[in-house]
Design a protein around this ligand. Structure first.
Ligand code: SF4
Ligand code: SF4
Length: 349
């Protein structure tokens, strides 16, 4: 095989790849496969950082893959906030997570979207670079695969990894779903729109922002405790991650067993009042539906249901939600508008 050269390298010799997704998309699985191909098949080296786990389900998550030539000194293994290649699993994450920040000059951006590249450029405020758009969700549906496979295929195309090598690796790693995954892989070539974006003198690359600030020995609390007022995720609007799929709640059916509270992956999603659940707080609930799974059937039915399973005429959670947001905001000295304005930001130092 011809000697492979990475398409980008920073001053330390790394090509930085940043995948932004929702927990459950399989971004970590795709990135791990990308890393395996890079190291085992392409003779590269690198570093890997992922935020994953069941608690990430339904909330923004990201994976950083930093590739380099073998022999390059690797001094750190944390995430990158200076990607050369940005891979976005849902186009509505761009604005909310400010993914247009921190991009290296002349980057390549891969976005799962049905929007045209010109619209994606506007969303990214991209001064210059290459935009690859594909309907990865549609491809995954058609091929009966998952969204992470077309996104992985698009990444491998940008990195110019040999297609036969990538397909062999995918088929070997997941033999039972090989047919569907390879079908999704093949659909990507025909369905990817690539546009080269020439320099716009009125746009600038925006610096990365780390909302939580640096934590180190100079500002760490006694005993290494973390200052909750600075680093808490309070005010994070997780609803964007849950795509708005907050469970439907029927207060009449709630028996106050509190099992839902024990599984809620974002405490604050369920508002507990006077020995019962009073409603759901959209500012916190990320739509993971864990509470729905454990909520018991009572004589009056189940108090928590998936929105698509709610019975006709059942009370919507929206009113409860708005009330809960108001209360939560009032208790903390924030107006509902201020609370709603506070948006999450991914990435890291
Ligand atoms: S309220 Fe339910 S759906 Fe919302 S975050 Fe908690 S467990 Fe998940
Ligand atoms: S699990 Fe269901 S019934 Fe039990 S407290 Fe939660 S909402 Fe109410």
């Amino acid at each position: 095989m011809e000697r492979y050269t990475l398409p980008y390298r920073d001053e330390r010799g790394f090509c930085n790849i940043f995948l932004s997704a929702i927990g459950g998309d399989g971004a970590n699985t795709a990135a791990k496969m990308l890393f395996l191909i890079a190291v085992e098949e392409m003779g590269l080296d690198g570093a890997y950082d992922a935020k994953y786990g069941s608690e990430k389900t339904g909330t923004p998550t990201d994976v950083s893959v930093r590739l380099c030539e073998c022999g390059t000194k690797i001094r750190e293994s944390g995430p990158t906030n200076r990607p050369h290649i940005l891979c976005v699993f849902h186009d509505d994450l761009i604005e909310v997570l400010e993914l247009y920040r921190g991009l290296h000059e002349n980057p390549t951006v891969i976005v799962n979207t049905t929007k045209p590249p010109s619209e994606v450029r506007r969303m990214l405020r991209l001064p210059e670079g290459t935009i690859c758009t594909l309907d990865a969700s549609g491809i995954a549906d058609r091929a009966k695969s998952r969204i992470n496979i077309p996104m992985l295929a698009a990444l491998c195309r940008v990195l110019k990894f040999p297609e036969d090598v990538v397909k062999r690796k995918i088929a070997g790693q997941w033999p039972r779903s090989a047919e569907a995954n390879l079908a999704a892989f093949d659909l990507v070539a025909a369905a990817t729109g690539t546009q080269r974006v020439e320099r716009d003198p009125f746009l600038d690359y925006l610096p990365p922002v780390s909302p939580r600030g640096q934590i180190g020995y100079l500002n760490m609390l006694n005993g290494g405790a973390i200052d909750a007022t600075t680093h808490s995720t309070y005010g994070r609007r997780n609803q964007v991650a849950g795509r708005g799929f907050v469970p439907e709640f029927d207060p009449e059916a709630c028996n106050g067993c509190a099992i839902c509270l024990t599984v809620c992956s974002d405490p604050g999603g369920l508002v507990w009042l006077k020995g019962k659940v009073a409603g759901l707080d959209r500012a916190f609930c990320k739509g993971c539906m864990r509470c729905v799974e454990v909520c018991p059937e009572t004589k009056k039915g189940r108090a928590l249901r998936r929105p698509d399973q709610a019975r006709h005429g059942e009370r919507s959670s929206a009113l409860e939600t708005d009330r809960a947001v108001s209360r939560s905001a009032g208790e903390n000295g924030m107006s509902p508008e201020m609370l709603a304005e506070r948006l999450p930001r991914s990435g890291g130092a």
